[in-house]
Every structure is written in C-alpha cells, then in structure tokens.
Write a protein that binds this ligand. Structure first.
Ligand code: DGL
Length: 281
C-alpha cells in the first residue's frame, strides 16, 4: 500500500513500534482500552538500543520502522518509544501526513503533571530522550511552575531486555541512578519516560519508597489514541482483536522477553522477522 495516497479504513490495524519489546507495555494498555482493535507491533530489535544513539540515527530508524508499518496499511501509528517520540515525532508526522502519528512523550507529561501535587517531577529516560529536552518542554507547556529533574538510566533498558526486573542488582543500579535526584529536589512524582521501565516498577518502588507516585505514559497514550480514532470515525465498535508481531531480529528472544512486557504469552512462531531495508528519504 502507498501511504502517500491511501485513505485509512476502520478495519485496518493500529501500527505500534518501539526499538524492542518495551513498547509492548503500551500495546498492553492499548488492547485493554480498545478490545476490538487489531494491532501490528514492530520491535526494531536488531538496532536496539535507540536511547544511546544520535538524533539523526534515531530519526532514520524511526522512518524505516514507520514506513514498514505504513506499507502494510495502518489507520494510526503509535510511536511506543519515548526516544523515537522525543527526537523523531515531527519528522514522522511530516513524512506520513495521511496517518495520525501519536507519540508517548506528551501523554506521559500529562500523566505526570496530573499526579504531581508539589510540581517537582523526576523524569527518568534514555540518554537521547533526556538530552533532547522533550519531556522538559512538554511539562513546562502543561505546567509552567513545575520543576523537572531528569536522569538518564541507560542500564535499565538492558536490565529490562534481559528480563531482570527485580532483585538486589536492579535495586543497586536504581539507587545509583535515583539517589542523586531524590536528594537534589524531593520530587513527589517519578515519571517513567521510557517504555522499557514499567517492568521495573516493583524494584523502583522499593528504591523510592511509598510516598512518590510512579507513573508512565501507557494509559494516557491509550486514551489519546482512542479519542483520536473516535474523532476520525475510525474506532471499531465490535469484532475480534488480533495482534501481529514483527521484529528485526531474534524471534525466540522477542517472544520470551516480550511475554513479560505484554503480560501474556507470545510464541516465537508468532513473530515474523522483517528487514527494514534501505533508508527512507
Ligand atoms: N523503549 C525506548 C524508549 O521508550 C528505549 C529503549 C532504547 O534505548 O532503545 O525510550
């Protein structure tokens, strides 16, 4: 299908992509919110992590991933990766003007601002997301009085992809990253600005204690996608749901670790390996 000329159809799936399995935490919320929708999920596992790469590389990878989904026919496109949302959303929206492209940064910022009473919000994310300042800008736009503390937590992505989501090693690493921002500004809200981090929530809770609200963008993104589809007359009111999984490498690994993120079993034979091909102009 040619995404420059097609008109989205209500029965088409919603496209979702991430650098790996992290975006499955968003897919899970999307499915819970919209039980009649079909989805195509693409994890660019061959090139993970995005979070330590330059903006130019992340934009190129994101264009390729989005293009692979668009060519299959998707009625909307969810960028279920904070790094890609933070540095590539405008590029994607421009390139795929006929598809509603929705990122996770703005919905995440909204969730954080809604929960925080004091207005001191700690954002943990990948290096590229923090460096680009997208969360800082999104929060400032919603709540100009907020104080935003940021910390890049690159190792969390590796821990989550390894399926190490709890235990003393995870907690020790979390202390190393979080102790400085906890003492620096006493945030009342910890915003998980990376779709890999929700699986570490139990360990993070132990480290930050019971008082700090922990929030991510999955649910607010799902609400936004639903509202936009309804507004466009593209929300399915009935019918069975289905998910197609695509990855750029490692079906077995994607299935094994992805099951943890999705909260249900994914089998390797359900995962189609795709080659994202030549860079898009
Ligand atoms: N899941 C991606 C995000 O939300 C980060 C993982 C990566 O570094 O590729 O930012």
């Amino acid at each position: 299908l040619n995404p420059d000329t097609f008109t989205a159809h209500v029965d088409w799936p919603i496209g979702v992509f991430d650098s790996g399995v992290g975006g499955l935490t968003v897919l899970r919320a999307l499915r819970e919110r919209m039980p009649h929708e079909c989805f195509i999920y693409l994890g660019d596992t061959a090139r993970l992590p995005y979070g330590t790469k330059s903006a130019a590389s992340v934009q190129r990878y994101s264009l390729q991933a989005a293009s692979a989904l668009a060519q299959r026919g998707v009625k909307s496109l969810v960028v279920a990766c904070n790094t890609a949302s933070a540095v590539a959303l405008p590029v994607l929206q421009e390139r795929f003007a006929r598809i509603d492209v929705i990122g996770v940064v703005e919905p995440g910022a909204r969730a954080g601002c809604r929960l925080s009473r004091s207005g001191v919000i700690a954002v943990i994310a990948t290096e590229s997301t923090v460096r680009g300042g997208a969360y800082q800008r999104a929060i400032a736009a919603l709540r100009p009085d907020a104080r935003v503390l940021t910390q890049a937590c690159s190792l969390f992505v590796a821990l989550a992809e390894e399926g190490w989501n709890e235990g003393p090693i995870v907690e020790a690493i979390a202390h190393r990253y979080l102790d400085p921002i906890l003492t620096e500004g006493s945030p009342d809200t910890l915003l998980l600005g990376c779709t890999h981090f929700p699986v570490l929530a139990n360990a993070l809770r132990k480290v930050v204690g019971p008082q700090i609200a922990i929030v991510d963008s999955a649910n607010t993104t799902a609400v936004e996608v639903e509202e936009r589809l309804r507004g466009a007359g593209l929300l399915r009111a009935a019918g069975a749901s289905a998910v197609q999984f695509l990855a750029t490498d490692g079906a077995e690994r994607f299935a094994r670790v992805g099951s943890l993120f999705l909260g249900e079993t994914v089998r390797p034979e359900q995962v189609e390996i795709v080659d994202l091909g030549a860079p898009q102009a």
